[in-house]
Design a protein around this ligand. Structure first.
Ligand SMILES: Cc1cc2nc3c(=O)[nH]c(=O)nc-3n(C[C@H](O)[C@H](O)[C@H](O)COP(=O)(O)OP(=O)(O)OC[C@H]3O[C@@H](n4cnc5c(N)ncnc54)[C@H](O)[C@@H]3O)c2cc1C
Length: 463
């Protein structure tokens, strides 16, 4: 039982970091753990991530809208320093201006825009080590309760503003109540649906974000080596000719593996890579995503994205993999056709199939157009044997109304990270924690009135 008077209490529905382990990483087969060890547990979704720290305010979230660019740059540097203190490598990729300018020009010639940013790459195994050291450093200073699902937020009073409602604590699924003057909600993408329901129950205004829908692409590592060796992750943007949609690359994993993300009701695809050369593969994977903003009368982008992913789950027993050549020829991929190709699927239990039965024409056409543009920059990207895994969906949680300190209109109730729809990457999620912590300290444990609040709708961006 937790100390009811603990200064800082951290409640986590998954297990502690040392107990986390995804069976699919050993056996290649997802057994649908509940909760999923990839996305839940101490350390959050970042624990088994590729650990790419993207050190630019332009990438990975929208905190600039709240704190301004200069402050955000400082916060990113502070968060980065913490990762380095706990063992993140000193080496930076993409910080050589000459290389970046050269790639930017080459990309422009093919109708692609390059968004460059310095990247520190921890790699999946080092990412877990760094987080484990952080966990150990908190021992005795912060109380941690794992395997504890927060069911509801406790609020007293009525109305908004300084005389209005204030948070009083949380109730867990087991019925335990913990009292607190300040509560920071950081449920990630996995807990975003729960938080949205809570925000609605508490009548906190929320604005919908877009959903990004696409595929994970896998190619021979040599095809991308020239650019990944210099920039690690080239973030490329493309406006499709047919639909004028924005398509972008996301989360490139040189010599990595394709993996799954299990959200309980839906399984999507992702990727990661190890920094240890002995665990690296001969293939590089990255996502191609199409930002999809929904229009009236249906305005539930998350439900839309999940419906498409679920269709792939139904037809493919989770994830479908198809060769680009088969997609172009209008036929499904089969085990035999995949075996004839030069790219071996690193997600071993993906089902060979036909993505055109799953993805809307609009999204597939956008993706193929972008692959063709990329092929001119990096020959081989749109080869016959290039693999497409579907469906990759990035849910950007609805954004509650927040002030500059990420406090909701309920006094003392803060909301940060991907689950609050204000970030979409490790570094900005970490920076958002710094904002809330500093705001709580400045406000005297959440007892001061909220600053001016502004609802900030989705405004595009890169991750
Ligand atoms: C495979 C993979 C690879 C990735 N690679 C990268 C990368 O290389 N670089 C990058 O910048 N980003 C990457 N990301 C994204 C990154 O992990 C997230 O942006 C980041 O972890 C968000 O942090 P967060 O604190 O907002 O939420 P999370 O890290 O998702 O943490 C939220 C936590 O809250 C817990 N929780 C949710 N609801 C409740 C509840 N009701 N009660 C109790 N606990 C709850 C969850 O169990 C979870 O542990 C990757 C993600 C995945 C899945």
């Amino acid at each position: 039982m937790a100390d009811q008077n603990a200064d800082v209490l951290l409640l986590e529905k998954g297990c502690d970091i040392r107990a986390r382990g995804c069976p699919a990483r050993r056996t290649g087969r997802c057994v649908h753990c509940d909760p999923c060890d990839i996305t839940c547990g101490w350390g959050g979704a970042g624990a088994f991530s590729d650990g790419k720290l993207t050190l630019s305010p332009e990438v990975g979230g929208w905190l600039e809208d709240y704190v301004g660019r200069e402050t955000l740059e400082g916060l990113i540097a502070d968060a980065d320093a913490v990762y380095r203190r706990y063992g993140a490598p000193e080496r930076l990729f993409g910080d050589n201006d000459e290389d970046v300018s050269e790639w930017r020009l080459r990309a422009l010639r093919q109708g692609l825009k390059l968004v460059a940013s310095p990247i520190r790459h921890m790699g999946t195994e080092r990412c877990t080590e760094v987080l484990t050291r952080m966990r150990d450093a908190l021992e005795g200073r912060v109380q941690v309760l794992t395997d504890t699902l927060v069911d509801s937020l406790l609020v007293a009073g009525e109305g908004n503003g300084s005389e209005g409602r204030r948070v009083t604590g949380v109730r867990t699924a087991d019925g335990d109540e913990f009292r607190a003057a300040a509560v920071v909600v950081a449920p990630g993408r996995e807990g975003a649906g729960w938080f949205l329901a809570e925000a609605r129950r508490l009548q906190i205004p929320v604005a919908n974000n877009a959903v990004d829908i696409g595929v994970r692409v896998e190619v021979p590592a040599v095809v991308l080596e020239e650019v990944t060796a210099q920039l690690y992750e080239p973030k490329l943007l493309y406006t499709s000719r047919t639909f004028e949609d924005q398509v972008r690359t996301f989360c490139m994993n040189p010599r990595g593996e394709v993996s799954k993300e299990n959200y309980g009701d839906v399984v999507t695809v992702n990727g990661h890579s190890y920094s240890d050369p002995s665990r690296q593969t001969l293939f590089t994977n990255f996502a191609l995503l199409v930002s999809t903003r929904f229009t009236e009368p249906f305005d539930e982008p998350i439900i839309y994205g999940k419906s498409i992913a679920r269709l792939a789950n139904v037809l493919g027993e989770d994830i479908i993999v198809q060769r680009l050549g088969d997609l172009r020829d209008g036929r499904r991929s089969t085990k035999q056709r995949l075996e004839r190709g030069v790219v071996r699927p690193t997600l071993r239990d993906a089902t060979p199939g036909d993505l055109s039965f799953v993805m809307p024409y609009r999204h597939l056409s956008d993706i193929v157009e972008m692959l063709d543009a990329m092929d001119k920059l990096l020959p081989g990207v749109a080869g016959r044997d290039t693999l497409l895994y579907g469906v990759e969906v990035k849910f950007y949680s609805s954004r509650p109304l927040l002030d500059r300190g990420l406090q909701t209109p309920v006094k003392g109730l803060y909301s940060i990270g991907d689950g609050a729809g204000v970030t979409r990457g490790v570094i900005q999620a970490s920076a958002s924690g710094l904002i809330a912590a500093r705001s709580i300290l400045a406000n005297g444990n959440g007892r001061a009135p909220a600053e001016q609040a502004s609802p900030l709708p989705y405004a595009g961006g890169v991750d």
